[in-house]
Design a protein around this ligand. Sequence first.
Ligand SMILES: Nc1ncnc2c1ncn2[C@@H]1O[C@H](COP(=O)(O)OP(=O)(O)OP(=O)(O)O)[C@@H](O)[C@H]1O
Length: 320
Amino acid sequence: MTTSPESAAVEVSDLRRRYRGGFEAVRGVSFTVRPGELVALLGTNGAGKTSTMEVIEGLAEPSGGSVRVLGKDPIRDRTTVRPHVGIMLQSSGMPGDLTVVESLRLWAGTCATPRPVDEALEMVKLADRAATPVKQLSGGEQRRLDLALAILGRPRVLFLDEPTTGLDPESRRATWALLSTLLAEGVSMLLTTHYLEEAERLADRLVILHQGSVVAAGTLADVVAAHPAEIRYRGLRPPALVGNETVRVEGDRVTIRTRSLQGSLTALLAWASASQVELAELAATPATLETAFLALSAERAADAQRDNEQDQLRDEVTVR
Ligand SMILES: Nc1ncnc2c1ncn2[C@@H]1O[C@H](COP(=O)(O)OP(=O)(O)OP(=O)(O)O)[C@@H](O)[C@H]1O
């Protein structure tokens, strides 16, 4: 199966997924994974990441919109697409009585051009656990076996659902290094994670979901640039600085949010020096993915509360 180099590895257009019972978990999601890039799908619990992934992986039908993997429909064209795809679910579901090496051999039998099993074991640093029954693996070792199974068939596209959950910091870094190597070899990846550092390290682009919709997307720089930096200190309220700040004062705690960190900080220090004001515990922090993510969640919660209050008001007016 060939695709032209510029065609997308994954193309998701206006995807919708409604569960039996009527709940719509995915509400018009669109994004692209280009060849050789890693896109991280982020969002709070229940945002719709797994619901989206399952449709892309061909494990569930969409109720609207479309998904293409290597230009094909992952369900209708399953026999063409599946040999080129590696999937790491939240749990592989391998029988617990099989050993690690038996699991890999069993799975290798389903792949067209599998890697040697020993190579896959080395790649995830599980060679010393080859003869261990799967049910005796630790949670982190189980996750590494899941990854070995996903990469065994030399996939062109990898779907990774929380690949480093439960891994210790050293194993997490080893997994990041392995994924970086595969990316450099041209493998395309779509990954979900709750570890924002993982997304910062690995992702070429981010897609942030909230209640089934995309609320932010782009490179890390794009997503973070949409959010202000913060300056905090204890002391007096400052005058207007460069003009685009918002200032919050609680007791003697001052928080300034600004889109021009250098300009605001320079003006603040100049004022403090000229007025001989002390800025105790002064700290300046640029926006990070974490602050952007928390701000997006807080904005959406505030939107939901406002909608709720408006609905209540409307109901009260209707009753009267
Ligand atoms: N089988 C189902 N039937 C009905 N609703 C479901 C079903 N599975 C998931 N949901 C709902 O769909 C929404 C999205 O769930 P999903 O598992 O996709 O979220 P997620 O972003 O992967 O969350 P997490 O980070 O907790 O894994 C949630 O509100 C969830 O309760």
